[in-house]
Design a binder for this molecule. Structure first.
Ligand code: NAP
Length: 261
């Protein structure tokens, strides 16, 4: 099933589930930026919520909001029983520390899954795992390579693949091209989360049975591009756009429902 078909089917299931709930789950998004990409992500999240019958509210705070004021708002949301989950959209203005904010959100309302005590996983790796499992991908004893080691994608992705008993290798900006070539050649599952347009090209050799998951979102005047060149000769390659972004959005709604129940 393509990602678009999979997401459509899952959304239909969620819509039915929400319809059967006595109280609609509520998501709050806090935005403190004028970032173009953030606006697009937030529009997507609000649209998903509306499609699914989930209540969603956007709280837009001025750019000069202090860390103390934001922490106060977070505290209010932590204690507001009508709010099931909330997110503080990144990036934040310079006067606000990202880590402090992530830790201030009550783990039981942390729909992004960023808090170290959260029982939920971050949405991007969670969305990827759900899709790969749905597609019947085998993990046990398989060679998984994750390129990128960020706290929101690379690291949690590696942890989740390890939990499924993959042999996990994490590569990053200090990995030499020779080593990358060597690791990719034997990989069964590759997740690329770097943010460099077409970092991975046909120049690299892959197993024909390999599964390539492209997390990258790179914008230029021609539109959106992934970290992997399209049309790789492998068993499965997720597209950009219409790929991991949709899985991430779906996982956010699934996380919210897990909280709400
Ligand atoms: P990030 O925090 O900037 O991390 C990028 C990672 O890539 C770092 O670990 C960095 O290594 C590594 N890296 C940089 N250049 C490299 C190179 N030449 N070779 C190998 N590794 C390299 O980014 P992120 O937040 O994880 O996001 C990565 C990409 O995914 C971005 O394009 C972002 O927009 C996209 N994204 C998409 C979704 C979605 O839903 N589709 C969700 C989240 C992110 P070092 O640690 O050594 O610096």
């Amino acid at each position: 099933m393509t990602i678009k078909e999979y997401v459509k089917a899952k959304k239909a299931e969620i819509r039915d589930l929400v319809l059967s709930m006595p109280r609609k789950p509520k998501l709050v998004i806090v935005q403190i930026n004028e970032d173009e990409a953030s606006y697009a992500y937030i529009r997507g999240k609000l649209k998903d919520a509306a499609d699914l019958g989930i209540e969603a509210e956007l709280i837009k705070l001025p750019l000069e909001t202090s860390q103390e004021e934001l922490l106060k708002k977070i505290d209010e949301l932590n204690h507001n029983d009508s709010v099931d989950g909330f997110i503080v959209q990144m990036p934040l203005p310079r006067q606000i520390n990202e880590e402090t904010v992530k830790l201030a959100i009550a783990p039981e309302k942390d729909v992004d899954g960023f808090h170290p005590m959260s029982t939920l996983n971050p949405c991007t790796p969670q969305g990827i795992m759900n899709y790969l499992k749905h597609e019947g991908v085998e993990f046990l004893g398989k060679n998984a390579v994750v390129i990128g080691r960020s706290n929101i994608v690379g690291k949690p992705m590696a942890k989740m693949l390890l939990k499924e008993s993959c042999n996990v290798t994490v590569l990053h900006s200090k990995t030499s091209k020779e080593d990358m070539t060597r690791y990719l050649k034997y990989a069964d599952i590759v997740v690329v989360a770097v943010g460099r347009k077409h970092l991975i090209t046909k120049e690299f050799e892959f197993k024909p049975s390999a599964i390539l998951v492209d997390v990258g979102i790179n914008r230029d005047e021609e539109g959106l591009h992934g970290d992997i060149e399209p049309g790789m000769p492998v068993a499965l390659q997720t597209p950009v756009p219409g790929g991991v972004g949709l899985l991430t959005r779906l996982a956010l709604m699934e996380n919210l429902l897990k909280i709400g129940r």
